[in-house]
Design a protein around this ligand. Structure first.
Ligand code: PEP
Ligand code: MN
Length: 335
């Protein structure tokens, strides 16, 4: 349930309404927006009498939220959420402007990650990506450098000042993520509910990828798992879904972007690399993502894609990435 409060209401009256609701075992989130203060009520609101609340002189309107996701719901939080990532180069704000996340699929060596990090920084990337724990279809494929990979990613962060994002696959590894700026939950773990609950207790921003065969409502329910634990810093990521089409690795569902913006206040990032699986499709689909309102893109870049240990065919060279960024920015600025 959402209670919109009238403008210029005194703190005293607002607090007494909040206390009244809390006495009935309702968790109240106060969302102070640019134009309006909204109270988001979570819990068993069935016993709350809408007419009594609507009749209060400080209340403008009361609305029940019919969707099963509450904290992630736009009705609950009308303004866009902006997630601030502090960094040595100044804060990166995901959800304001256009954020570019780039780097290799997996961290392979010190030279590789530092070279790619420096190159993507020069081209305008705001955040460095690199996988240390890799979810591979085959147990015989390269599994990532794991803890060693994280150390190398941290070195690249130190060398460039770029904040870093990397994927977690197991909550038992959380201690290793202390200096990571954004924790990624990969497509395969979107419904690993125990992992999501654990991340709900973390203070770090979480980038949550849409599962290979999940609906947008399921994506928002997974965001809800994290948010209901107290961590409201969730970034949604569309990375393509399974369809009958075989020409591309997955099918990039760009309509997810405006739909998610309508349903939710959380920022939405598009990953054209995993969606397409083909390097030459990355630039046009990233441009399309900028055109349709995405808050940013995540792009795989490798200094030698042919030799990449993971996802080489979809990785851009630093030169290709440089050209792509210029075009993506032109599209974003033309909106
Ligand atoms: C990745 O970002 O490296 C990755 C494995 O992506 P996804 O979970 O979308 O497949
Ligand atoms: Mn990859």
């Amino acid at each position: 349930m959402v209670v919109a409060v009238k403008q210029n209401v005194s703190e005293e009256k607002l607090n007494s309404l909040v206390s009244f609701l809390k006495e009935q075992d309702i968790n109240v989130h106060i969302v102070r927006g640019q134009y309006q203060t909204v109270l988001g009520l979570i819990g068993d609101t069935s016993k709350i009498d809408i007419d009594t609340i609507s009749g209060l002189d400080i209340v403008e309107s009361v609305m029940r939220i019919s969707e099963p996701y509450k904290s992630a719901n736009r009705k609950f939080h009308p303004d866009d959420t902006v997630i601030t990532i502090p960094s040595a180069m100044g804060a990166v704000e995901v959800g304001r402007g256009f954020t570019i996340i780039a780097g290799p699929c997996s961290i392979e060596s010190e030279e590789q990650i530092i070279e790619v990090a420096e190159a993507v920084k020069k081209s305008g990337a705001n955040i460095l990506r690199g996988g240390a724990f890799k979810p591979r279809t085959s147990p015989y494929a390269f599994q990532g450098l794991r803890g060693e990979g994280l150390k190398l990613l941290l070195e690249a962060k130190k060398a460039t000042g770029l904040p870093i994002i990397t994927e977690i696959m197991d909550e038992r590894h959380l201690d290793l993520f202390g200096d990571v700026d954004i924790i990624q939950v990969g497509a395969r773990n979107m419904q690993n509910f125990e992992l999501l609950k654990e991340l709900g207790h973390s203070k770090k921003p979480i980038l949550l990828k849409r599962g290979l065969a999940n609906t947008l409502q399921e994506l928002l329910m997974s965001a809800e798992y994290i948010m209901s634990g107290g961590n409201e810093q969730v970034i949604l990521c569309e990375r393509g879904i399974r369809t009958f089409e075989t020409a591309t690795r997955n099918t990039l569902d760009l309509s997810a972007v405006p739909v998610l913006h309508e349903l939710s206040h959380l920022p939405v990032i598009v990953d054209p690399s995993h969606a397409c699986g083909i390097a030459k499709l990355v630039e046009p689909m990233a441009m399309a993502a900028a055109a349709c309102g995405a808050n940013g893109v995540m792009i795989e870049v490798h200094n030698n894609p042919e030799k990449a240990l993971c996802d080489g065919p979809q990785s851009l060279t630093p030169e290709q990435f440089d050209q792509a960024v210029a075009k993506i920015k032109r599209i974003y600025n033309a909106r």
